[in-house]
Ligand binder design. Structure first.
Ligand code: NDP
Length: 454
C-alpha cells in the first residue's frame, strides 16, 4: 500500500496491508493478552498510558513531521494536535479510577449490592485521518485504561502515525498482545467487521458508519459511531466586535483546511452586520498563507485526499448556478499537490449543496438572516447533529437559540472545540454514543450487578 505525500504527490512509504490471516492471528493473541491486562490494576494501566504520553511529547517534532507528510496538515497544526491531545491523558489520570472502580450501593442489612465495571474485551477501533491523535486517543487510550485490548485500524491516509502509536504504546509497557495496529484500506477495515470483536468504535463518514452499523447489528455488540457534520454558526448583530467575530469564524471554518468533523460548515449572519462581517471575513481568509505544510507559518496546506477536490468543485458550481457570489478562491491550485484555494461563497441559501452537504474542505457558505427564529430554523435544517455555535454579546439571547439545537454540543462565542471534560457525541446522522467525559470512560466497560447475601 503506497503512502503518498499530498503536498508533493511523492510516494513516501510502501506498507504491506494486513491479510485475513494476519487479522485472525492478531485477534487470537489479543484475546489472550486482554485477560492478563484486565487483571492489572487501573493505576498500573494508567502508568503505561502516562509513559506513552511522555514518549509522544519527547518525540513531538518527528511525529508532527510524519503526520504532516502523510496528511498535509500544516506542521504547526500537527504540533498543536499532538500537544493538545495530551489533555486526554490528563483527564484519564484525574478521572479513570473514580469512574471505573466498583460501586457499593447497599452495604447494610442482609443484602449487599454492588456494581463492578468489567472491560468489554477485545475492541475494534476504526479511525479517521483528519485528527488521528485526538480521535484515536478518545478511543484506544480510554479502552486500554478500562482493561480492554485494542485492534486499531488507522485510516490508510494516517497509517504511518498509526504504526507510531503502536511502537510507542509497546515501548511504554502496553504488551504487544494488548494493542495491535492493522494496516490497510477499507477492505481491511471490513475484515474487522467480520471478526468476532467485543465492541466496535468507529470515527469516519456517515456512509461508512451506516454500513458498519448494519453489519454489526446482527452481532448485537456494543457500537459507537463518531460521524460527520454540517455544523452551523450564527453571528448575531450584537457581537462586541464584528471584525474579531469574523476572524474567529474563519478560523473555525478553515483550520486544518476545514477537514474537522466540527468545522464550521455554514454561517448565518444577522442582516444588520452582514456587509461588515463579510468584508472582514474575506479579508481574513485572503490573509491566510497557503503552501508547503512543512513550514511553520503555513496555515492552509493541501487536501489530504485528491478526490475531495471533485466534491468541492461540485459545491462551488452548484452554488454559483443558484445565485451565490464567489468572494474568494473557488478552484484547485494548479501545479503539484492537492491544494484548494480557501473559498468563500456569499448570498447562499438552503437550495445549495454547500449549505446542506458536508464539504470537509476549505469552503464556506454565508447566508443573511432576518431574525433569531429564521436562524434557528435554518440551523436545524440538516440531517446532522454534531455541533452548533452562536456568537453574541447577549448570553440570554444566545442560550435561547442553543437550547433549540438538536446537537450533541453547542458553543457560545467559541466553535470547533473539543474538551475531554464533557461528552463528545453526535445526534441524528452525526453518530451514536459518546466519547470523552465520565461517559466516554464508561463507554468501554459493561456493568455487572452483584446481589450478595452474606
Ligand atoms: P471514512 O468513512 O472514509 O473512513 C473511516 C475509516 O473507516 C477509515 O479507517 C477507513 O479506511 C475505514 N473504512 C472504509 N470502509 C470500510 C469498511 N467497509 N469497513 C470498515 N472500515 C472501513 O472517513 P474518513 O477517514 O474520510 O474521515 C472523514 C469523516 O470522518 C468526515 O465525515 C468527518 O466528519 C468524520 N469525522 C468525525 C469525527 C467525530 O468525532 N464525529 C471526528 C473525525 C472525523 P480507509 O481510510 O483506509 O479507507
Amino acid at each position: 500500500m503506497e503512502v503518498r505525500n499530498p503536498a508533493t504527490e511523492q510516494i513516501i512509504a510502501v506498507l504491506v496491508p494486513d491479510t485475513k490471516a494476519d487479522v485472525a492471528a492478531k485477534w487470537e493473541a489479543l484475546q489472550t493478552g486482554q485477560k492478563k491486562w484486565a487483571k492489572r490494576s487501573i493505576n498500573d494501566r494508567l502508568a503505561c498510558i502516562q509513559r506513552f504520553g511522555e514518549l509522544i511529547l519527547e518525540n513531538k517534532r518527528e511525529l508532527a513531521e510524519i503526520l504532516t507528510s502523510e496528511t498535509g496538515k500544516p506542521l504547526q497544526q500537527s504540533l498543536n494536535e499532538i500537544q493538545g491531545a495530551q489533555n486526554r491523558i490528563d483527564h484519564l489520570e484525574q478521572n479513570a479510577v473514580r469512574w471505573l472502580s466498583d460501586e457499593v450501593l447497599v452495604d447494610s442489612g442482609g443484602t449487599h449490592e454492588r456494581i463492578v465495571y468489567e472491560p468489554l474485551g477485545v475492541i475494534g477501533n476504526i479511525s479517521a485521518w483528519n485528527f488521528p491523535y485526538n480521535v484515536g486517543y478518545n478511543v484506544f487510550l480510554y479502552a486500554l485504561v478500562a482493561g480492554n485490548a485494542v485492534m486499531y485500524k488507522p485510516s490508510e491516509y494516517a497509517s504511518l502515525t498509526g504504526k507510531e502509536f503502536e511502537k510507542y504504546l509497546h515501548s511504554a509497557g502496553v504488551p504487544e498482545d494488548v494493542f495491535q495496529c492493522v494496516v490497510g484500506t477499507g477492505a481491511v477495515g471490513q475484515l474487522l467487521l467480520e471478526t468476532d470483536l467485543d465492541g466496535y468504535f468507529f470515527t469516519g463518514s456517515y456512509g461508512t458508519g451506516q454500513h458498519i452499523a448494519q453489519t454489526i447489528a446482527a452481532k448485537l455488540k456494543p457500537l459507537q459511531l463518531e460521524l460527520g457534520g454540517k455544523d452551523p454558526l450564527y453571528v448575531m448583530d450584537d457581537v462586541a466586535n464584528v471584525q474579531q467575530a469574523a476572524i474567529n469564524a474563519a478560523e473555525g471554518a478553515f483550520y486544518n483546511n476545514g477537514q474537522s468533523c466540527c468545522a464550521v460548515e455554514r454561517i448565518y449572519i444577522s442582516q444588520a452586520i452582514y456587509d461588515s462581517f463579510v468584508e472582514a471575513f474575506v479579508a481574513e481568509v485572503r490573509s491566510y498563507t497557503m503552501g508547503d505544510p512543512m513550514r511553520l507559518e503555513t496555515f492552509v496546506g493541501p487536501l489530504t485526499r485528491k478526490q475531495q477536490t471533485e466534491v468541492l468543485d461540485a459545491q462551488v458550481a452548484d452554488a454559483l448556478d443558484k445565485g451565490a457570489i464567489l468572494l474568494a478562491g473557488g478552484k484547485a491550485r494548479e501545479g503539484t499537490g492537492y491544494f484548494y484555494e480557501p473559498t468563500v461563497l456569499a448570498n447562499c441559501d438552503h437550495g445549495m449543496k454547500v449549505m446542506q452537504e458536508e464539504s470537509f474542505g476549505p469552503i464556506i457558505g454565508l447566508q443573511k438572516v432576518g431574525s433569531d427564529m429564521e436562524a434557528v430554523e435554518l440551523m436545524q435544517d440538516t440531517p446532522y447533529g454534531l455541533t452548533a455555535a452562536v456568537f453574541s454579546g447577549d448570553e440570554v439571547r444566545a442560550m435561547a437559540v442553543l437550547q433549540e439545537m438538536n446537537t450533541g454540543t453547542v458553543y457560545w462565542n467559541c466553535c470547533d472545540r473539543v474538551s475531554p471534560n464533557v461528552p463528545w457525541s453526535g445526534r441524528k446522522s452525526s453518530g451514536l454514543g459518546s466519547t470523552l467525559s465520565s461517559q466516554g470512560i464508561r463507554a468501554f466497560v459493561q456493568p455487572k450487578s452483584y446481589h450478595l447475601r452474606p
